[in-house]
Write a protein that binds this ligand. Structure first.
Ligand SMILES: Nc1ncnc2c1ncn2[C@@H]1O[C@H](COP(=O)(O)OP(=O)(O)OP(=O)(O)O)[C@@H](O)[C@H]1O
Length: 612
């Protein structure tokens, strides 16, 4: 029972969390050892200054009381030297501390970013982008509590307390013995507030993550919010979270305020008691006025470190919970040791083979069960099937984004998990319905495809992608800014840019995922022409919902509920009874209805024109 109680108290102090934070940060601390050494030297100078200033106040008071004015000149000189040392030390203290905290945070940001980039896809897709952003905007900044001056205080404060206490003993042991009583009071106050502040900080950081996620979601989905008139609902949701955040911040302010008051109450009461006792000892002649002044000055340096140490505990706890959150990313096994880089691959010459592949995202819903498939090289292979059949998942597996629970995927008879992400991902160029372009110029977006692209290669790719003419009409042509701050592009223009990007990547396997399904007929024609050029001499895997676009594919693979139910050419599949014929017929019917509707509209418009 007692042991369990003790354990729960220890758990309350979160020693494990703090230990973990230090283990994680230790390599960064060691890397900056020179700056820490500087701070360490400063620490001893500061202790020396603390004692020296206290001695100075006492000595100058006694000198004045005793009328020994001839000593004042040398005391003044000592004061000037001490003040000068204090100035220099303060400057270097601030500089070195800022250097250490900024440098460690810079290095940690780089490391966290790299680890996010290397997170396995299943893990990455489970983390909200707002949370990832919060690691950089908030969590990493919170580690100040364990790396900067706080780390030094951890050594400095007990050391100062000790030195000061011994000096106080030397001045007047009875008075010093009284001050011993303050130790437990200050530690209990600090420890209690440390835990309360830690718990509240944890809630604050979680709230910041939640708020950031909702904000980034709201900004990304601004058009959906507008079209469904969701502004009020979103504004209310975010305002509620903002208010909760405000409440937590205020609770924090109250805790810090109370902590400050409690610390000050301890030091004020001890001042008064020491003064009263001191006055008594002055009257009975066991201490001089000057020594009492030195004693009282030192008292402050005894109490502040004690409450400060406990307060430090609070900062350590906050930093520990920030590190805890970053650990979600850092504890995960990365999918490679280094960031992948474009690698020229011409090795793919045989086929992609799936051998007994079983895969599920969540264990209760199996997507593929012992799937076997041979994808020949140099051909156009189309994947067809109802929504949710597993077509996109198959693309993800082939690219190695997800790893099957059992079975193998082989490229040229090599299991893809034996290939590095650099080689594997350099083998594919994907053109999808939703094209993502980065902020910057058209040229910058195109040059991302691969290193060492020449200007003429870029223009050629744009010509082949049917986008060059459009680019030449823009104010700064290839140097035109696109994206949020620049020219806005239509869906078709974006897709043709992404085709140019895919041409420049020059990968042996093309992945086209419903690339033309959202375009009007003119855009579709331009995109199709561009795709036809892109597909030459490549292995092309296409997912198309519009079956009319894949009639000339060399092989059509029909997938239903994760199983391959048919495969063959369009002709062969149309001759068979089966899902493909059913899907084609349904689509033909839909197309016919659409054409009829268009005819109704055009005849109506014709009649109107005629009537006018
Ligand atoms: N990241 C994910 N986590 C969990 N389940 C997923 C994930 N992605 C897809 N699924 C599920 O896997 C199944 C197959 O999805 P997939 O996107 O591969 O189908 P699809 O054939 O490409 O469909 P569509 O033609 O509608 O795009 C679906 O039931 C889907 O809900």
């Amino acid at each position: 029972m007692i042991a369990r109680k003790l354990l729960s108290i220890i758990q309350l102090f979160n020693i494990e969390g703090i230990k973990k934070a230090f283990i994680l940060l230790l390599p960064y601390i060691l890397k900056n050892w020179r700056a820490y050494l500087g701070l360490f030297v400063i620490l001893f100078i500061e202790i020396f200054l603390t004692i020296s200033f206290a001695w100075f106040y006492g000595t100058i008071t006694d000198t004045a009381v005793q009328g020994e004015f001839h000593k004042l000149k040398s005391l003044l000189f000592v004061a000037i030297v001490l003040i000068c040392i204090d100035f220099v030390v303060s400057y270097f203290n601030i500089y070195l501390e800022s250097y250490i905290t900024s440098n460690i945070k810079r290095e940690l940001k780089e490391h966290v970013l790299k680890r996010i980039m290397l997170l396995p896809t299943p893990k990455l897709s489970n983390i909200r982008s707002g949370d990832l952003l919060t690691h950089f905007t908030n969590d990493i900044n919170c580690i100040n509590g364990v790396i900067g001056s706080n780390l030094m205080y951890l050594i400095q404060l007990p050391l100062i307390s000790m030195v000061v206490f011994f000096y106080m003993l030397h001045i007047h042991w009875q008075l010093a013995a009284f001050s011993l009583l303050l130790f437990p009071i200050a530690i209990v106050i600090g420890g209690m507030f440390g835990i309360l502040i830690r718990n509240n900080s944890r809630l604050i950081y979680n709230k910041i993550g939640e708020l950031n996620s909702n904000l980034s979601e709201a900004f990304q989905g601004l058009f959906v919010i507008r079209s469904f008139l969701l502004e009020r609902i979103f504004a209310k949701k975010i305002s509620e979270q903002n208010n909760e955040f405000f409440g937590l911040e205020m609770k924090n302010a109250k805790l810090r305020g109370s902590f400050y008051v409690a610390g000050n109450a301890v030091s004020s009461i001890s001042y008064i008691i020491s003064l009263c006792l001191g006055a008594f000892f002055v009257t009975n002649g066991s201490i001089t006025i000057g020594s009492l002044l030195t004693f009282i000055t030192l008292m402050q340096h005894l109490i502040n470190p004690l409450t400060g140490l406990a307060g430090l505990w609070g900062s350590f706890q906050s930093s520990a919970s920030a590190v805890e959150r970053i650990s979600i990313v850092l504890d995960e096994q990365p999918e490679a040791l280094d960031l992948p880089i474009y690698t020229k691959t011409n090795t793919f010459s045989k086929s992609i083979r799936l051998k007994d592949v079983t895969f599920y995202y969540e264990s209760d819903t199996q997507i593929f069960h012992q799937l076997n498939l041979d994808i020949p090289t140099g051909k156009v292979i189309a994947f067809v099937g109802p929504s949710g059949a597993g077509k996109t998942t198959l693309f993800h597996l082939i690219q190695g984004f997800y790893i099957p629970q059992s079975g193998q995927i082989l490229m040229d008879d090599i299991p893809i998990h034996n290939l590095s992400p650099s080689v594997l991902r350099s083998s594919f160029a994907a053109v999808t319905q939703e094209t993502f372009l980065f902020g910057g110029t058209i040229k910058e977006n195109l040059l991302l495809a691969r290193p060492d692209i020449t200007e003429s290669e870029m223009v050629n790719a744009a010509i082949h992608a049917n986008i060059h003419e459009f680019i030449m009409t823009l104010p700064n042509q290839y140097d035109t800014e696109i994206g949020e701050r620049g020219v806005r592009l239509s869906g078709g223009q974006k897709q043709r840019l992404s085709i140019a990007r895919a041409i420049l990547k020059d990968a042996p396997i093309l992945l086209l995922d419903e690339a033309t399904s959202a375009l009007d007929s003119e855009s579709e024609r331009l995109v199709k022409e561009a795709l036809d050029r892109l597909m030459k001499n490549k292995t092309t895997l296409v997912i198309a919902h519009r079956l009319s676009t894949i009639q000339h594919a060399d092989l059509i693979i029909v997938i239903d509920e994760g199983k391959i139910v048919q495969q063959g050419t369009h002709q062969e599949l149309m001759e068979e009874e089966g899902l493909y014929r059913k899907l084609t017929k349904t689509q033909l019917l839909m197309d016919h209805n659409q054409v009829s509707q268009l005819n109704v509209i055009s005849s109506y418009e014709g009649e109107r024109k005629y009537a006018n």
